[in-house]
Design a protein around this ligand. Structure first.
Ligand code: COA
Length: 259
């Protein structure tokens, strides 16, 4: 599939989705959102893709929803926009294939929300995070109030959302918003390395773990534990688990013989 405002490049089972409107700091207009939707569907459907890196072209990851399109929104159209954005970002979050945000620069508003919808976030030292919507007289609309609070806790999320302040990568790391901070020139290498480490493991097990964590966070502990046990049981019936445990035991036996 061909895209205008994003690029999707695949190399050795890893796809890199780059939001590519650098002159507008990759702001999410309607066309870009539609392409993000198609791109994540493509990633989920293609058998040759095991995992995804999401990043931005130029000096921004994504500087938010396109403000020029928000100016004339009505109550009904803005609600529809938020629901559609939430649906699209949820496709990233519920992807059975791991999704890593490689945050290269500004991740503001919808940009921060896109990063939050990814499973893991790696930030360049130059990255900046924030939910500045209140400064425009509005609120986050693509999941920021929900995912940020779940990730960094209610107090920290409310401070960011209510002040609209921007924080740097070091502060984002300190509060648990990102998993790791790296030099700008090793951002993609770091994300690729982490993704390769994940993809070395069984794909069914990876998908089950993502689903259990994503769904489990919003379930009762009892419901989450039941889901986990069901996954554990189902995985035992797969060749991945049979081969994985066999290989482990054979390696241990060989080590034992050497001693
Ligand atoms: N929507 C639409 N256009 C945006 C945008 C957005 N969210 N963020 C940046 N742009 C555009 C600017 O209008 C400008 O376009 P122009 O050159 O055609 O005028 C271009 O991107 C560069 O932005 P600029 O503001 O000149 O860069 P800067 O380095 O001075 O400032 C920011 C960078 C990120 C601090 C600033 O662009 C900003 O505050 N953007 C809005 C962030 C925001 O509120 N996002 C949430 C939206 S709900």
């Amino acid at each position: 599939m061909s895209y205008q405002s994003v690029t999707l490049v695949t190399d050795g089972g890893i796809a890199t989705l780059t939001v590519n409107r650098p002159d507008k700091l990759n702001a999410l207009n309607a066309g870009t959102m539609a392409e993000l939707s198609s791109a994540i569907d493509e990633v989920r459907a293609r058998d040759d893709i095991g995992g995804l890196i999401v990043t931005g072209a130029g000096r921004a990851f994504v500087a938010g929803a396109d403000i020029s399109e928000l100016a004339n929104a009505t109550a009904v159209s803005a609600r529809t926009l938020a629901l559609e954005g939430q649906r699209i970002f949820r496709r990233f979050e519920t992807s059975p294939k791991p999704v890593i945000a490689a945050v290269n620069g500004f991740a503001l508003g919808g940009g921060c929300e896109l990063a939050l919808a990814c499973h893991i976030r790696i930030a360049s030292e130059q990255a900046k995070f924030g939910q500045p919507e209140v400064k425009l007289g509005t609120s986050p609309g693509y999941g920021g109030t929900q995912r940020l609070a779940r990730l960094v806790g209610k107090g920290r999320a409310l401070q960011l959302i209510l002040t609209g302040e921007t924080i740097d990568a070091a502060e984002a790391y300190r509060i648990g918003l990102v998993n790791r901070v790296v030099a700008a020139d090793s951002l993609i290498e770091s994300a690729t390395g982490l993704l390769r480490q994940i993809l070395a493991n069984g794909p069914l097990a990876i998908a089950a773990c993502i689903e259990a964590v994503e769904l489990g966070l919003d379930m009762s502990l009892e419901g989450g534990l039941a889901l986990e046990a069901t996954h554990f049981g189902l995985l035992a019936a797969t060749s991945d688990m049979k081969e994985g445990t066999k290989a482990f035991l054979e390696k241990r036996a060989a080590e034992f013989k050497r001693k």
